[in-house]
Design a protein around this ligand. Sequence first.
Ligand code: FES
Ligand SMILES: [Fe+2]
Length: 355
Amino acid sequence: MSSFVKNAWYVAAWSREIGRHLTARTILGENLVFWRRQDGTPAVLVDRCPHKLAPLSIGTLVGDDLQCGYHGMTFSGSGQCVRIPGQAAIPPSACAQSFPLVERYGAVWIWMGDPALADAQHIVAVRHYGEPGWALVDGQYLHFDCNYLNITDNLVDPAHTTYVHKNTIGNAAAEDVSVKVEQGDNQVLAYRWVNDSEPVPLVKAMGNFTGPVDRWQYYYLHLPSVSCVDFGSIATGREHSEQEMDAGLRSFSYNFLTPETETTTHYFWLHLRNYHADSAEASTQVARLMTDTFLEDAAILALVQREQERTGVREFVRLGIDNAPARIRRLIARRQEAEQAATATSPAASQTAVA
Ligand code: FES
Ligand SMILES: [Fe+2]
């Protein structure tokens, strides 16, 4: 059974990736082709001509439309066939599937579920985006060789940082600090404070703390697969309030997970910080550190995925730290059941065929 949730907005690409050329990408197991119309609006179709199923991504852009590279059928961005060479009549069934797209936060978002439910209001709000005093590192991409749920597990699991990220964002001080979990309708939050401890390597490099710090990690997972990590440090003794946290060294790391296949995931990320906000060098340093950190996750998750596939088992024992991941998987399973129930009661999708 598929692990995907279809009724959700996913980042399909960074805006800069989509232009006056054809970009092929697989999302939720479906092959897609993206381009921009002449007015700059993005377009997407299933990367499959309804005639002989040639990939449309090997075709050609003709004005706003996409011409198949096999026999020249031409489709608008909405999927309508606008031309069949050598044939005047265009059968109504001669169309390719398209999907709603929205551009926000420098990214193109796609909705591959029921188009009637595609409301852009449901795109996650990125905190402090575009605000003065907050530096942005964006346009970042990694490819993970694992199912996206192994990454959502990881992104609400502060405990692994001590071991996987000892060279970047973790240290041994947090080893025995337990994690608290809160659950809403559309999100799960795992968080903890590690008090009166030595700053972790990243904070040491970026902050100017002279003594011990209180460090927080708030791991939000907005269903199905947008993660926000609120991470920072304040001098020990300061109040644990939003105001003091904003005055300390603080960052928000957003990870937009877009399932590619059941065993691979697109990992788009951006990062906002309130320290050295005007420094390009700091941005480069943050990009490098975060990339190194996420590659540490990618390496262990690829190995986890491989063993899960080999054994057919996801885990043999459940620990206390699995509370948040287990909640996410339960909530996602519920969404999938609801989607499947809705699909079962709707009329079957018609096949597209060319007469
Ligand atoms: S396969 Fe596309 S027009 Fe024939
Ligand atoms: Fe990690």
